[in-house]
Design a protein around this ligand. Structure first.
Ligand code: OSB
Ligand code: MG
Length: 376
């Protein structure tokens, strides 16, 4: 493909409800989307980074800078014919910056798949046409407020509840939810690195509640701590932040640092690496599920395709659009009667961007194409 144009478009989309985690509270979805035009076809992708480097070391302005100064020039230097699967090797000399790499590879992949009339699902190897939807529930001011929120989500049909936890908001909300909804509710928790191994005995107090998993209890670089914690608690340990590549996944599994993995394409540098993690985990009998970064429809669509791969045996954080936004920049994804969200079937990411809504939420648009046009 010949790249004709590349741009980043910053969006700010109001969230229907604030989302509080152990690292902060979001009131809006701040992101940028990349639009590429290649061989006359548009490709779109959403950056997984947040405005501030609190979930991971990446952040939006940093990702934009790395794209502009490092990644895009390396991809353009490939010459006139750029294939999406070559983006990772062309940008490999640049350490880290997975979210910046992810958004570039995904936009190009979208354009390429559209040119070939192939969907993300077909390309990645999806085996289902819809995926069960869980929901990630933020930290609340009180247990009654939490129960109200969970009531609403269960009424809508979500099949799995994930509670965000932190020290001071863990055993009590978990007990309240378990007592109210019973043992059949699929329930898990996510700490976003808020504990240390010294909290092992406290975290073991979650054991009686038969959780599906505890996600990322310890700092991302503490694989050894997670392996030790996994020996000390009965709840299965799942890693999110710690897993940035298939190599990390293989290491974590070998160390016994996790028995489940949350796969987020943006965190690992793209869908091709995400699929490799799926493959490594599956070969080791480790279940995976698809996480999220509160994506708008542009990022949600390809996540749903990934979540339809056979190793994704646990419900993901791939909720319906209205869990996040009153209005999305694509047609909304909706829950069906079984609590599933459909996998898009159209070419590429399989959803069209709604130009008027996109405009309404646009903060700025900046070209990534070098002055004088792309090289090659
Ligand atoms: O740790 O999974 C996480 C949102 C932003 C940053 C990190 C995380 C999350 C979520 C929400 O849990 C997942 C979603 O619904 O997109
Ligand atoms: Mg997480």
């Amino acid at each position: 493909m010949r790249i004709e144009h590349l741009e980043v478009r910053y969006l700010q989309i109001p969230l229907v409800t604030p989302f509080r985690t152990s690292f902060g509270t979001a009131y809006d979805k701040d992101t940028f989307v990349v639009r590429v035009v290649a061989d006359g076809v548009e490709g779109w992708a959403e950056c997984g980074a947040e405005a501030d480097p609190l979930y991971s070391s990446e952040f939006l302005r940093g990702a934009e800078m790395v794209l502009r100064e490092q990644l895009v020039p390396r991809v353009l230097a490939l010459g006139g014919d750029v294939a999406a699967h070559r983006v990772a090797s062309a940008t490999a000399p640049v350490k880290g910056h997975h979210m910046a790499k992810h958004v570039l590879e995904t936009a190009l992949l979208d354009a390429e798949l559209k040119l070939h009339d192939v969907s993300f699902g077909t390309y990645l190897g999806a085996e289902r046409d819809r995926v069960p939807a869980g929901v990630s529930v933020g930290i609340m001011d009180s247990v009654p407020a939490l129960l109200d929120a969970v009531d609403g989500y269960l009424e809508q049909g979500y099949v799995r509840i994930k509670l965000k936890i932190e020290p001071g908001w863990d055993v009590e909300p978990v007990r309240a939810v378990r007592e109210r909804y019973g043992d059949d509710l699929l329930l898990q928790v996510d700490a976003n690195t808020a504990y240390t191994l010294a909290d092992a005995r406290h975290l073991a107090r979650l054991d009686p509640f038969d959780l599906l998993l505890v996600e990322q209890p310890l700092p991302e670089d503490d694989l050894r701590g997670h392996a030790e914690l996994a020996r000390r608690i009965a709840t299965p340990v799942c890693l999110d932040e710690s897993i940035t590549s298939a190599s990390d996944a293989a290491t974590a599994i070998a160390l016994g640092a996790c028995s489940i993995i949350n796969v987020k394409p943006s965190r690992v540098g793209g869908y091709l690496e995400a699929r490799r993690i799926h493959d490594v985990a599956r070969a080791n009998g480790v279940p995976v599920w698809c996480g999220g970064m509160l994506e708008c429809g542009i990022g949600r669509a390809p996540n749903l395709a990934l979540a339809a791969l056979p190793g994704f045996t646990l419900p993901g954080d791939t909720s319906a659009s209205d869990r996040y936004f009153a209005t999305d920049v694509t047609p909304a994804f909706e829950l069906d009667d079984d609590g599933c969200v459909p996998v898009p079937t159209g070419p590429g990411i399989g959803v069209d961007v709604l130009p008027d809504v996109l405009e309404e939420f646009t903060v700025s648009v900046e070209s990534l194409t070098l002055r004088g046009g792309p090289r090659g």
